[in-house]
Design a protein around this ligand. Sequence first.
Ligand code: NAD
Length: 343
Amino acid sequence: MSNILVTGGCGFIGSNFIIHFLNNNPNKSIINVDALTYAGDLLNLIEISDNPRYIFEKGDICNRDFIEHLFSKYDIQDVIHLAAESHVDNSIANPDAFMQTNIIGTFNLLNVAKEYWMNSPGDYKDKFKNSRFHHVSTDEVYGTLGEEGLFHETTPYAPNSPYSASKASSDFIVRSYHHTYGMNVVTTNCSNNYGPKQHDEKLIPVIIRKALSGEKIPIYGNGKNIRDWLYVLDHCKGIELAFKKGISGETYNVGGRNERTNIYIAEKICEILDQKVPLNSGKSYAEQISYVTDRAGHDFRYAIDATKIENDLGWKADENFETGIELTVDWYLNKYKSILETV
Ligand code: NAD
């Protein structure tokens, strides 16, 4: 039995990842460290709260003493790092927390892991010779694409928002710990995720919630911005594979080849809701779609080339957008039951 420190496990991807990973790996225990910011929710992990291989520790990844204490207390063997401030709009309004958590927090975790794994006394160090730091990052570090082209692992970084700039910084710090200190690191850069347990502030939950409560469904600009959508469980499987089989020092792009415009997403969700929970008025939910002033510096298009993780590690997305969004809408219909009673 070895202990893995997962950071940010009470958030959207982290909670889906922990449940998936524990089910798949009976000889591993997970210590979940999460500061429970507005984005973290213990209820996301309620189904494993009494699993003896799962421990929750509330705390801030920027706090060095606390992270050092966790490494010694649990003799941490590996780290899978997801904790971050993750919402682009918040990073435009208030970037401070993004720089702190995404940059300083990542630096702090790397430093403590390096000390614990590489500077342990004598033979004890051997125990950690294969210890790995897996960094979970985003395709937004590459900036924006025009109508053509894909992000490859070799695409130069060109982050445009405070969020993506802070993630790009963290990717570079992780890279430097491999090149300078020989640390065993892997980074995955993933496209936009969707699925159960995403925070209410993000595009897809907003569309579903506003539709059901009879409010306007806000779509930025002309709705033509394109994202490459990936079902969260497919991302979790990609993280697990890269963590176990990825080559140290390498980065892997993860994406489902599911490019969709924002307006397509809103219309598709409305179409599913029209079928599953038709409005008494006979109208379509799509009539609630309303264009709003575009996000400052809004990147036009993201699209991932996932060939490397597919060919080298055998990863493949199981869901396409149309199957994944159906699963997602079903999950939110259950979550928003109270709103539904008033539809
Ligand atoms: P999220 O906002 O849902 O969850 C982040 C979690 O981190 C929360 O539980 C929060 O409480 C915790 N956290 C924040 N600051 C902390 C701190 N200082 N110390 C400890 N915990 C802290 O985010 P998410 O969407 O689940 O994203 C997880 C990771 O995946 C992030 O690193 C993000 O950059 C990356 N990512 C996300 C997407 C996406 O579409 N959501 C795509 C690619 C990569």
